[in-house]
Design a protein. Structure first.
Length: 99
């Protein structure tokens, strides 16, 4: 199993239309064939000192293995997302985990 966790800090000046564009783009990533399971969401309202809640949107994508993840990285939908949406975030953090 390969888990790809991506956290986006969006630009604070996004219009509602730009935010919708971003959400549609990140949701499209979940349709890539090698994604077995996925989730897109916003920070939960939990409040403990150890919880990072500064991000805007999180994406979790689960793959069978690293080879499946690597195919996702070069997929045209992923390329299109980067091209059309990278200007909408100011920071992105990625955590890849195997198990």
């Amino acid at each position: 199993m390969f888990v790809h966790a991506v956290y986006f800090w969006l630009r604070p000046d996004l219009t509602a239309e730009q935010y919708a564009q971003f959400r549609a783009g990140v949701q499209a990533l979940t349709t890539i064939e090698t994604v077995q399971h996925s989730y897109v969401g916003e920070p939960a309202p939990t409040d403990r000192p150890v919880i990072e809640r500064g991000y805007s949107v999180g994406l979790i994508a689960v793959f069978a293995d690293q080879a499946a993840h690597d195919q996702y990285q070069i997929h045209p939908v992923h390329d299109q997302f980067r091209e059309q949406c990278s200007s909408l975030w100011q920071t992105v953090r990625i955590y890849d985990t195997i198990g």
